[in-house]
Design a protein around this ligand. Structure first.
Ligand code: NDP
Ligand code: KPL
Length: 340
């Protein structure tokens, strides 16, 4: 009897140790639309999650009433996650997930310098090109993991997000870090993570998807499913992607246009991202600068460096910058009227 009791308690202990070792202390730097969604999933899986954000009203709303999450099944839930500014945060973290907009990454890394130790791993999931180069200015290569994600989320009010569909993440360590414990910690939260063998190619692939969906949904005022209904949507996508493929060849990166088109066909379905307004659409509506210079604009710039014309990507970049100006002016006028 005693033997059996010891055997059972041994099994229970082993189970507890195995599972306890997977619990991580995780900071999400950029607790906006996507950071909040990922944060909730990680907290629900038992990880110790803290959000870092700079938006005072958002922090106040979450700290007072919790984070409100509207799911696409019509259910609304509240989650209580500590969120604070970079100045306020303290302590040591196993993992920091960076989910700012790409142009904000450099400042965020400067602002959270005091919580990065030599044992901290940093995973960047922001869209666009150039993030790894920014990370390398701040931390050792062996601390960096980079990835891409097809999870989606919309920040509709301070402390309030709307989430639709499911997603996935592909990631890889840039230096010698062991990415496997991080993959399993994130998969404990059902984030559908796979270890990529060539994350640079995955980042170009994702930037290809974003260079189609993000600016075109803005310019056509559509969500992803609505864009999918456009008669010439496929031709437009190919115009953009063929240029990116050409520049990829010159940079030694394989851009598989057919594979990107297949992903676009999946994303337009409602169970994936069809009902989602891309992050660039949300930025435009909020009067913010977009990530266009790290997507189509980045490719157009590479094109001019190589002396290769990139007419579609160059034009789209200019149109999005014009749209940024128009929406910002409209918003400022609205605020003026409101103040009068
Ligand atoms: N939303 C989505 O569905 C998807 C987004 N992505 C990518 O994920 C990344 C994040 O996107 P998203 O969540 O939409 O962006 P959001 O703008 O909603 O979130 C970013 C948050 O980071 C905060 N932030 C930025 N810099 C700092 C700083 N230095 N200190 C404190 N807070 C800071 C921002 O605050 P503030 O507003 O005050 O600047 C904002 O709340 C982007 O690269 C996007 O392209 C990828 C797939 C889908
Ligand atoms: C979901 C997707 C792919 C839409 O373009 C995205 O990455 C975004 O919203 O920025």
């Amino acid at each position: 009897m005693e033997e059996m009791r010891l055997a059972i308690s041994g099994i229970v202990n082993k189970y507890l140790i195995a599972h306890a070792s997977k619990i991580m202390k995780i900071a999400i730097a950029g607790f906006g639309a996507l950071g909040a969604r990922v944060g909730v999933m990680l907290q629900q899986a038992g990880h110790e999650v803290t959000g870092i954000d700079g938006w005072a009203a958002h922090i106040a709303a979450i700290s007072t009433d919790g984070l409100t999450v509207h799911q696409d099944d019509g259910v609304t839930k509240k989650y209580y996650i500590p969120v604070m500014t970079a100045k306020e945060i303290d302590g040591k973290f196993d993992l920091i997930i960076l989910l700012t907009k790409t142009p904000q990454l450099d400042t965020m890394l400067t602002d959270i310098k005091h919580i990065i130790t030599k044992n901290t791993k940093l995973l960047v999931l922001s869209n666009g090109l150039g993030n790894i180069e920014v990370m390398e200015k701040h931390v050792n290569r062996d601390q960096i993991l980079a990835g891409v994600t097809l999870w989606t989320s919309e920040l509709i009010n301070p402390g309030e997000i709307r989430v639709t569909g499911t997603g996935s993440i592909k990631l890889q360590a840039i230096g010698e870090a062991n990415a496997k414990p991080i993959v399993s910690a994130l998969n404990k939260a059902s984030l559908n993570v796979t270890l990529s063998q060539n994350v640079i190619e995955a980042i170009w692939h994702k930037a290809g998807i974003n260079s189609v969906l993000n600016p075109l949904t803005v310019l056509l005022d559509a969500n992803i499913a609505e864009f999918g209904m456009a008669g010439n949507g496929m031709d437009l996508s190919l115009n953009i992607l063929d240029e990116i493929k050409q520049i990829g060849e010159l940079e030694g990166i394989n851009v598989d246009v057919n594979a990107i088109m297949k992903d676009l066909a999946l994303l337009i379905r409602p169970e994936h991202a069809g009902n989602h307004y891309p992050s660039m659409y949300q930025d435009i509506k909020a009067g913010k600068h977009t990530e266009i210079d790290f997507l189509n604009g980045y490719f157009a710039k590479l094109g001019s460096e190589h002396g290769v014309p990139m007419p579609f990507n160059a034009l789209i970049t200019r149109l999005i910058h014009a749209k940024e100006d128009i929406e910002r002016t409209k918003l400022a006028k609205k605020q003026e009227t409101f103040e009068i």
